[in-house]
Ligand binder design. Structure first.
Ligand code: AMP
Length: 203
């Protein structure tokens, strides 16, 4: 299955992507993680991406899409993948659609994780990462940057729900709940039942 996971920053997208990818047996591909790996390796590309990410802006479409398509060409993505954080603009979605068409394939579903802004800000400003043995706030999780990332999401990424509505593949999920509840809702939205389901597979 080829699935896109949409949701504002702080909606639990990364956590749900890992759980769902596991349940489906496909890799979770996160452009945010791919960028952070470049930043950590100190590549030229990483230095460019860091300038945008540190202030909560999107990295330009061309560089982002090229990096993503390269990743999707790896053998582990042949049977499917779960995209976390891509596409983030209509331009990226159009380019992805073209690339998939060229390979005679398409997306199976787009999951939209819905959470109210106030809860997103509360979650993100509370989130910590381990850096050199100390727990710190991620640079792009500072309150001002968080607000800006939400604006960017509303302006540039939220329109993707409508973009994919036209294909009839959007599944909206109320993500204002604990991790397991949201995971069960995501599986149900994909008609895959609950993770602990004892039902035998049909067909
Ligand atoms: P994330 O971990 O998905 O929140 O991504 C962290 C940062 O990486 C974002 O704030 C952007 O600066 C950048 N980024 C990640 N994915 C994309 C994308 N699809 N398009 C543009 N920038 C992205």
């Amino acid at each position: 299955m080829r699935i896109v996971l949409l949701g504002p920053p702080g909606s639990g997208k990364g956590t749900q992507a890992a759980l769902l990818a596991d349940a489906l047996g496909v890799p979770a591909v996160s452009t945010g993680e791919l960028f952070r790996a470049h930043v950590a390796e100190g590549t030229e590309f990483g230095r460019m991406a860091a300038v945008f990410a540190s202030v909560g802006d999107l990295v330009p479409d061309d560089a982002t899409t090229t990096m993503l398509i390269e990743r999707l060409e790896q053998p582990d993505c042949l049977a499917g993948y779960l995209l976390d954080g891509f596409p983030r603009t209509v331009g990226q979605a159009e380019r992805l659609r073209e690339e998939l068409r060229a390979r005679a394939t398409r997306l199976d579903a787009v999951i939209d994780l819905e959470v109210a802004d106030a809860e997103l800000i509360r979650r993100m400003t509370a989130r910590r990462v381990l850096l050199d043995g100390a727990w710190v706030t991620r640079a792009d999780d500072q309150p001002e940057t968080v607000r800006h990332r939400l604006e960017v999401y509303r302006e540039q990424t939220a329109p993707l729900v409508e973009f994919y509505e036209a294909d009839g593949i959007v599944r909206r999920v109320d993500a204002d709940a604990d991790v397991d509840t949201v995971a069960a809702r995501v599986l149900a939205a994909l008609d895959l039942g609950t993770p602990n389901s004892t039902q035998p597979p049909v067909g």
